[in-house]
Design a protein around this ligand. Structure first.
Ligand code: NAP
Length: 266
């Protein structure tokens, strides 16, 4: 079988570099192009600290997709850039593996409608680490018995969107799993604005941004005389790569819109 031709969008970024290294190391994939707004003209192998790959970073995604005969685009860019990149990929009949977070429900609906008009597949996954997928699944299960729950998500200080896509997805899964409403709480008297965090679907979410962190989350359930904490830590960006590589392999031949890595796993 022909090797899968992959273009990485956001290749100069932290996640993009990791994807470049992972794809370049696969026997069944070819890194066919690299796109970013930053680092334009730089040789991507050197940027990533591996052997030269003979590919320079370019800015024009449409041109790269066309000239490279790409089959799959992997996108780790920014919430502002990703919608346009998805549209360009679908216009060029290229499947999408989208890791960029910060997409709204409206964005997801729009993407789903765009994908439905094509013969291609596209996955949006807020978290490619299998441990995080399991954390969300376990949280959904626990929510059946513990309706009172709060989420603390912790990320590196360069992350722009808050709360994280993983925290939002976890809250959605908790809301889907709950059998009872959370216990009513007294109206908070916040001495500092935002001290009680944000709220989504009845779940409080607290976002920490600190140097030294990568991506971490605690889901804390409380009940009479007990708490249950489910925690996941991505200690290194390589934790996301098995999920990204699996998605590239599956998306080459799948049609339709998928949300969450679990939609491909199960
Ligand atoms: P990053 O280091 O800032 O990298 C993003 C890169 O995309 C930057 O080089 C940026 O250039 C570039 N970019 C901006 N607009 C672009 C465009 N229109 N076309 C191509 N490239 C463009 O960020 P990161 O830490 O790698 O994270 C990237 C995204 O992945 C974030 O949304 C993050 O939350 C998400 N993420 C997802 C997962 C997951 O498992 N799904 C895991 C970790 C992170 P400039 O610096 O010039 O803007």
């Amino acid at each position: 079988m022909e090797r899968i031709r992959v273009v990485v969008s956001g290749a100069f970024g932290r996640m993009g570099r990791e994807v470049v290294k992972a794809v370049a190391a696969q026997d069944d994939m070819v890194l066919a192009g690299v796109v970013d707004k930053a680092g334009v003209g730089e040789e991507i192998g050197q940027v990533c600290g591996i052997k030269p790959l003979g590919l320079r970073i370019r800015e024009d995604l449409a041109a790269v997709l066309q000239e490279s005969r790409a089959e799959v685009m992997v996108d780790f860019t920014t919430p502002l850039a990703v919608m346009e990149n998805i549209k360009v990929a679908l216009e060029h009949k290229v499947a999408g593996v989208i890791g960029t977070t910060g997409l709204t429900d409206e964005n997801l609906e729009e993407i789903s409608a765009l994908v439905a008009k094509t013969e291609k597949g596209l996955l949006v996954a807020p978290n490619f680490a299998i441990g995080a997928v399991l954390m969300m699944r376990f949280a959904k299960e626990a929510a059946k018995y513990f309706p009172d729950v709060e989420i603390i998500e912790l990320h590196h200080d360069r992350k722009v969107d808050a709360p994280s896509g993983t925290a939002l997805k976890t809250a959605e899964m908790i809301a889907a799993g709950r059998r009872a409403e959370p216990t009513p709480k007294p109206a908070p008297l916040e001495k500092i604005n935002g001290a009680r965090g944000g709220e989504y679907l009845g779940v409080k979410i607290h976002s920490l941004r600190l140097p030294g962190l990568i991506a971490h989350q605690e889901v804390i359930f409380g009940s009479q005389g007990q708490t249950l904490t489910i925690r996941h830590d991505s200690l290194d960006r390589s934790s996301f790569m098995p999920g990204v590589l699996m998605a590239i392999r599956k998306l080459r031949s799948l049609k339709g819109f998928y949300y969450g890595l679990e939609s491909l796993v199960d």
